[in-house]
Design a protein around this ligand. Structure first.
Ligand SMILES: [Zn+2]
Length: 342
């Protein structure tokens, strides 16, 4: 039993709800959780009351080929605490642990808890999952040293973390794509690297029909970009594939945002360009622990990515802020009103 100190808010909460991935409604949402162990069950030795922890939300079998090779989101038993069901064999683990972290307390398997290292705050600890989603995408992009990386929806929570980490994975230049120039300009300062921006709101009329986004990216990178990490959400239409069309031969696209737009190009375009198109649902335990190590070792700064904090009573305002994403909005956490242990 974990006393929640911070719980992250992520767009996937609502996306999975609308897609029908939440079979046990009503339920408490919230898969990004940090707090203090309050009680342990019989036989639990790896944590004890008082420990500062984060909850790794992936519920999986921990024994299959995927689970044993750092790919546990692909497990047929995969579901997430406080979120949805993704594999056909997710019950009964999900039945027992589906209630999430937007609450004073959360129950989690002892094996799902990671100790929060000294120097990692509860707020950052709750967002390790989102940051690790970005780290996973950067790994899958397989960037060479000196690569130009394109990040779409770069002003969202995972996008901002990706800008922050891109230099650790070989990129030396970033092109950031999102709706608003104002927010893109603000996000530029998150990266150690030079960041060029492309704002969808500024593209010429009918850009969707006329490959306007591809043209704008190609102006900045005439040879094409080395990789695209795509975080565009379901309703973004042509933007994902127009970003991919700006890749150079042999480049990699990592798809993680969930855009539902159909692939608009003949399949052999992928063949002739020797592109790698890689899907990723979320991060693994290994990714999350690497993020904790990077932050604890001061190679990764994350405190300033937490821009909005709300009490549990204000959770609807937190969700509204996430949907509006006005100005400098990167990561949002909810902190139940209770004595702080930090
Ligand atoms: Zn498994």
């Amino acid at each position: 039993l974990v006393k929640v100190v911070a719980a992250g808010i992520a767009p996937s909460l609502l996306v999975f709800w609308h897609l029908g991935h939440l079979p046990l409604l009503p339920m408490t949402l919230g898969h990004e959780i940090s707090g203090v162990v309050e009680e342990v069950g019989p036989g639990v030795a790896r944590v004890q009351p008082g420990d500062r922890v984060r909850v790794h939300p992936n519920l999986t079998c921990r024994a299959c080929e995927y689970c044993l090779t750092d790919r546990e989101p692909m497990c047929i038993a995969c579901s997430m605490i406080g979120s949805g069901v993704f594999g056909p064999d997710a019950m009964p683990l999900y039945q027992r642990y589906h209630e999430g972290g937007l609450a004073e307390y959360v129950r989690a398997p002892a094996w799902s808890l990671d100790a929060l290292p000294h120097g990692v705050s509860f707020a950052v600890g709750s967002k390790v999952h989102d940051i690790a989603n970005g780290l996973r995408a950067l790994k899958l992009a397989q960037l060479r040293q000196g690569a130009t990386l394109l990040v779409t929806a770069a002003t969202g929570a995972v996008g901002s973390a990706t800008l922050r980490m891109a230099h650790l994975f070989g990129a030396t230049r970033v092109i950031a794509v999102a709706r608003s120039r104002e927010r893109l300009i603000t996000a530029q300062t998150l990266s150690e690297l030079p960041v060029d921006v492309v704002a969808l709101d500024e593209l010429p009329d009918q850009w969707e029909a006329k490959q306007g986004l591809t043209a704008a990216i190609r102006e900045l990178a005439p040879q094409g970009v080395d990789a695209v990490i795509d975080y565009f959400p379901p309703s973004t239409g042509a933007a994902t594939w127009q970003s991919i069309a700006a890749m150079r031969t042999g480049a990699t696209a990592v798809i993680i945002g969930g855009n539902v737009a159909p692939v608009p190009v003949p399949t052999n375009v992928i063949m002739f360009n020797c592109w790698r198109i890689v899907g990723s649902r979320n991060c693994t335990r290994v990714d999350a622990r690497e993020v904790l190590d990077l932050i604890a070792g001061t190679r990764l700064r994350a405190d300033d990515l937490i821009t909005h904090r709300y009490s549990l009573r204000e959770v609807n305002s937190a969700i509204q802020a996430m949907q509006e994403r006005a100005g400098r909005t990167w990561m949002i956490v909810v902190e139940p009103e209770q004595p702080r242990v930090e």
